[in-house]
Design a binder for this molecule. Structure first.
Ligand SMILES: Nc1ncnc2c1ncn2[C@@H]1O[C@H](COP(=O)(O)OP(=O)(O)OP(=O)(O)O)[C@@H](O)[C@H]1O
Ligand SMILES: [Mg+2]
Length: 412
């Protein structure tokens, strides 16, 4: 008799769509909380004059606060509500100029194929609703865009695409995630193209980028690029307590689950307004209780918080720590030590503990604020950006998992 082969894949109903939480970077959660106002504000700017300052925007936040998710929502709204053409590029994909050009040509090809087709046709995920495709959209026939090297004629091709979009009453929205990864020279070049098309040619091109906050010290501080200097900055903040509670409770209830108030209190306090942590805690509680139909109790919440902290440490704190300079590390370690007794120590005490001269204090304070590991306290004070950072860093220093660089000897 043949032995029955064991089954390895989960039941189809158990995957993706049926999960209430999405603990992965860049995944849009079933319940996106606390971002309506921000998304509306950016959309209102994009709908204004593309030549004005609201035509070019950037979302700033430390890792895991939801920049990519907000960017994706704006893209979807632009496509679905306005029929705009969306070109989305990531700063980590390679040469941003070449990648933007490829995106332009991809959209151009879809249009060329669809030219003359019935109105409101769906082209590879783009809804060309408003005005449809019939409104005499034409590109310069003599130019074969594919013959150019990627990037060479980006300004011309992007301008033509924006012109064609305008003929149908639409706009081109260019988005650039992970913008901090772009070299300054490329950011300047891209900025000058966008500015030329939107301001000089007055074409319908608008822009939204997303980046880690330290670009206020790098790209956005560039004196040579007025595009970069004038980007309208939007901060993506931590979630408030009621938003966090809703972000945990709603997806559970939507998926046929239940959570008690005590368990919700424990989870909300551990999340501390951090969206990625919210997804981790939510997901681990849901699984611990056994899914739909099983109420989530205090013990599930406690276990989930411990597991979620471990993930947060491995995927967020440890990589951020590794990206800091030696002196930043000493400063942060000193802050974590002092924070055990006083959760918001004075910057001057932190410098003393770290052996850093007072004149450098404001520079390190600022750099750690930008790294997202530290938040400003009241006058002259600082605190750790998430309550789990202190115990993690102190514990890791004690076990030797994390090494704090020695202060250099005076005169070296
Ligand atoms: N407003 C929100 N409500 C609930 N969950 C959210 C919200 N925003 C983001 N998330 C969740 O948080 C996680 C991180 O989101 P996202 O990847 O957009 O962050 P990010 O800021 O782009 O991070 P990174 O800088 O690493 O790219 C995802 O699991 C996402 O589902
Ligand atoms: Mg992201």
């Amino acid at each position: 008799m043949e032995k029955e082969r064991p089954r390895y894949f989960p039941d189809e109903g158990d995957v993706a769509d049926s999960q209430p939480f999405t603990p992965g970077f860049g995944s849009t959660p079933p319940c996106l909380v606390g971002r309506d106002e921000l998304i509306r504000d950016v959309c209102a700017l994009l709908a204004g004059d593309p030549a004005s300052e609201g035509g070019a925007n950037v979302l700033l936040a430390p890792r895991g606060l939801g920049k990519t998710v907000v960017l994706n929502e704006i893209e979807d709204a632009a496509q679905e509500e306005r029929g705009w053409l969306v070109l989305s590029v990531s700063g980590t994909d390679g040469d941003p100029i070449a990648e933007t050009h490829k995106a332009v040509l991809r959209v151009h090809d879809s249009w060329a194929q669809a030219h003359g087709e019935p109105v409101k046709r769906q082209v590879s995920g783009m809804n060309l609703g408003v005005g449809g495709l019939s409104a005499g959209v034409s590109f310069n026939e003599e130019v074969d865009m594919r013959r150019t090297r990627y990037g060479d004629d980006l300004r011309r091709d992007l301008g033509e695409l924006a012109g064609a979009a305008a003929q149908m009453g639409a706009r081109v929205l260019l988005t650039m995630d992970e913008m901090h990864a772009i070299p300054l020279a490329k950011a300047r070049q891209l900025g000058s193209y966008i500015q030329h098309i939107a301001k000089r040619e007055r074409q319908a091109l608008v822009f939204v980028g997303a980046a880690l906050p330290y670009i206020t010290e790098t790209l956005l501080a560039d004196r040579k690029s007025t595009f970069l200097q004038r980007l309208a900055v939007h901060r993506v903040d931590n979630l408030s307590e009621p938003e966090t509670r809703r972000g945990l409770r709603e997806p559970i209830e939507m998926h046929g689950g239940l959570i008690g108030e005590d368990a919700l209190d424990i989870a909300t306090s551990a999340v501390a307004g951090h969206p990625y942590m919210l997804q981790l805690v939510g997901d681990r509680m849901w699984r611990a209780a056994g899914g739909a139909g099983n109420p989530i109790a205090i013990n599930h919440a406690k276990g989930a918080v411990a597991e979620a902290r471990e993930s947060l440490e491995d995927h967020l704190f440890a990589p951020t720590w590794e990206s800091l300079s030696d002196t930043d590390k000493r400063f942060l370690a000193a802050l974590a030590v002092l924070a055990e007794g006083d959760d918001s120590p004075r910057v001057t005490s932190v410098c003393e503990e770290a052996g850093i001269g007072k004149p450098s204090a404001s520079a390190y304070r600022r750099r750690l604020l930008l790294s997202g590991m530290v938040s400003p306290g009241s006058r002259g004070r600082l605190k750790l950006a998430h309550p789990a950072i202190g115990p993690w860093l102190r514990g890791s220093i004690t076990t030797g998992a994390v090494r704090v660089p020695e202060a250099p000897l005076p005169g070296i």
